[in-house]
Design a protein around this ligand. Structure first.
Ligand code: SDX
Length: 428
């Protein structure tokens, strides 16, 4: 009868070890039994960039990279994008279940009470240079919230944690909107809690005292779908950062500021900005083959393509591609879309990309939609950070509640110089 164990023979000693298998994993700490002598530290696993290491157990998001499956708390992303709203999905991620109608109204009301920023935060945003990158402002502002709400350090109190969740989900769009208005030198539009979550964001960014101003409902809905698609994605770089910084048990503002900083990188949430710059650089459809050749020579990355987990089409990219055409009907066709479609057409048939299983990811088309919504390119990573805040917070709370978790402290393989004595400077 097969057993859920791994039998390992150490050929250095001839000894055999039986290691338990649980959830298709072995505990790395079980490897420490494998030693060559009594004073040997024991074996470790070596896994740069955690290509094959599970750092936690989670019940929040499930991804099957080969089948292109993404589910939040068991609900397929396609159904949530079609039938739910971002705030309802944020509730699902945080609390684990879809809310009743009453509970959803309670949740929306709680968030709506936390849209306004503390004046000190408004002054901080105004202190940045006009051309400061909005992600720099967002990362700094979230960290500054730590100084405004010191009670947030009491992370063991569920009521204190819940209030910080409302504050962050409520205020992060306002921070982003104020960063945008600061950049364009326009007065800030105060939040309007009679509008939906995404309509309020568009209003705060766009309103210029027009008498008949109304947020375009097609654009607000498109942004809401994009927010659903960006809300969580299990243990990606920024979420792992949220968990790691949170594991030292500081407040959620410091952890989420660190997570947003991780997201900012062009290989992660900054990719949507990088995709647009790449499309602008290519310039015309006719230039696509030459750019593809540069990619195949390893001179450039095809931004918006590839994924550590998805070795099939990112299910979010499929949905976003559809939303893109809806947005372009409501705005106007984006000339860069033609270049994007041609890049995708070539990449999906070219051996270089097919052999490496490089498909469009969530960032490939989202930037085109944001551009059609007239967001400045450098603003795109903020539009990733806003909805991902709910995923970061859900994962942070799950980490705190997990009795197996401790402060994150990986080991290393030391390959530096052996011990040596100090040499006074006049003898070097
Ligand atoms: C996100 O993890 C998440 O879940 C992230 C995310 C989320 O929701 O949180 O999904 C959001 O970050 C999406 C990814 C956005 N980033 C980009 O679009 C940037 C471009 N993509 C690449 O940088 C890359 O594909 C990564 C970073 C996304 C994944 O990199 P991996 O898993 O480390 O893969 P790799 O670098 O080892 O690449 C394997 C091969 C290499 O070629 P060889 O050395 O084998 O010859 O594929 C090549 C790479 O050079 N390759 C690419 C490529 N991505 C990988 N070649 C050209 N263009 C690319 N985009």
């Amino acid at each position: 009868m097969s057993k859920d164990t791994l039998t390992i023979t150490d050929n250095r000693t001839g000894k055999t070890y039986e290691i338990p298998i649980e959830h298709n994993t072995i505990r790395a700490t079980d490897l420490r039994k494998i030693r060559v002598s009594e004073d040997d530290f024991g074996l470790m696993s070596y896994d740069p960039a955690f290509m094959n290491t599970a750092a936690c157990k989670s019940t929040i998001t499930y991804i099957d990279g080969d089948k292109g499956i993404l589910e939040y708390r068991g609900y397929p992303i396609e159904q949530l994008a079609e039938q739910s709203s971002y705030l309802e999905v944020a509730y699902l991620l945080i609390y684990g279940e879809l809310p009743s109608r009453e509970r959803l109204e309670w949740w929306k009301y709680r968030i709506s009470r936390h849209l306004f920023l503390h004046n000190s935060l408004v002054e901080l945003i105004q202190a940045f240079r006009y051309d400061a990158h909005p992600m720099g402002i967002l990362i700094s502002s979230v960290a500054a919230m730590s100084t405004l709400y010191p009670e947030a350090r009491n992370i063991d109190d569920p009521a204190v944690r819940e209030k910080q969740v409302w504050r962050i989900i409520g205020q992060i769009p306002t921070i982003a909107a104020f960063a945008y208005r600061h950049r364009i030198g326009r007065p800030f539009n105060l939040p309007d809690n009679s509008l939906s979550y995404t309509a309020n964001l568009l209003y705060m960014m766009d309103y210029m005292n027009q008498r008949d101003y109304e947020v375009n409902p097609v654009l607000a809905k498109a942004l809401d779908v994009l927010f659903i698609l960006h809300a969580d994605h299990e243990q990606n770089c920024s979420t792992s950062t949220m968990r790691s910084v949170g594991s030292s048990r500081g407040d959620p503002y410091c952890a989420l500021s660190a997570a947003a900083a991780a997201l900012y990188g062009p290989l992660h949430g900054g990719a949507n900005e990088a995709v647009l710059r790449m499309l602008q650089e290519i310039g015309t459809r006719a230039n696509v083959p030459a750019f593809i050749e540069k990619v195949k020579k390893g001179e450039r990355l095809l931004m918006g393509f590839g994924h550590r987990i998805y070795k099939n089409y990112d299910p979010r990219a499929k949905i976003i591609r559809k939303v893109a055409y809806e947005v372009f009907e409501a705005t106007e066709m984006n000339p860069l879309l033609e270049i994007a479609v041609e890049l995708e057409r070539i990449a999906l048939q070219d051996e270089y990309f097919v052999s490496r299983k490089l498909y469009p990811n969530v960032d490939f088309y989202s930037g085109l939609i944001y551009q059609a919504l007239r967001f400045p390119i450098e603003y795109f990573p903020c539009l990733f950070a806003i909805p991902r805040a709910s995923g970061w917070l859900a994962q942070w709370q799950e980490m705190l509640a997990d009795e197996e978790q401790k402060i994150t402290r990986p080991r290393q393989v030391y390959l530096g110089p052996a011990r040596r004595d100090y040499i006074p400077v006049d003898q070097r």
